[in-house]
Design a protein around this ligand. Structure first.
Ligand code: ZN
Length: 196
């Protein structure tokens, strides 16, 4: 039992054992925990051809559905399918994929999720070039007057949170840093203090 913190979103990492070398959970799990929380459900599909499952994850209670640019060939259509379900659409990049690969869809997403580790497992170290990608995204957002949020996922902790926010991050996804904190409530408050 974690107890109440002031965290605003719950980030749900869905892994299919194909796009990433690990399996986590599917829409049934999200449906089961949905009644337990009124926080934003931020569903991150680390799934090959995620277009096959958009309706299920929407119906399960996701508020935001993020797909990987590397996993969906017809990305424009996939993002449209998320909007058709009345959900916010996100696009994510693994560390080796450049920002340029999603430039054509930046006006069609509410969220860009920068993966700062190779996805699949928790507890990995932050890959430094992610900082440059965040700055590039922030620059594109300003230049084209777009309003997507920038989120970062992987190796985020109390030591790099400040720099990430300065580079343009709006949403900090934390796994190990949060779960390993003894006092989760004050940990979250401290991170939110950095953001202010
Ligand atoms: Zn994630």
């Amino acid at each position: 039992m974690i107890g109440k913190t002031t965290a605003q979103w719950i980030h749900l990492d869905v892994m299919d054992g194909l796009f990433v070398p690990n399996i986590s959970f599917g829409p049934k799990f999200i449906e089961d925990i949905r009644p337990l929380s009124s926080l934003v459900f931020d569903t991150h599909l680390m799934v090959d051809r995620p277009e096959r499952f958009i309706v299920e994850f929407a119906k399960a209670g996701s508020d935001i559905i993020t797909v990987h640019a590397e996993a969906s060939v017809h990305l424009h259509r996939t993002l449209g399918a998320i909007h058709d379900e009345g959900k916010q659409a996100g696009v994510s990049l693994v560390p080796s994929t450049p920002v340029s690969s999603i430039e054509m869809v930046l006006d069609e997403v509410e969220l860009v999720l920068v993966m700062s580790v190779d996805p699949g497992f928790g507890g990995q170290k932050f890959i430094a070039n992610s900082m440059d990608k965040i700055r590039q995204l922030d620059e594109l957002r300003k230049r084209h007057n777009l309003d997507f949020r920038i989120s970062v996922d992987g190796g985020v902790n109390a030591n790099n949170a400040n720099r990430l926010v300065e580079a343009g991050v709006d949403v900090l996804v934390m796994g190990s840093a949060f779960f390993n904190a003894d006092d989760k409530k004050s940990f979250v408050a401290r991170i939110q203090g950095l953001e202010a």
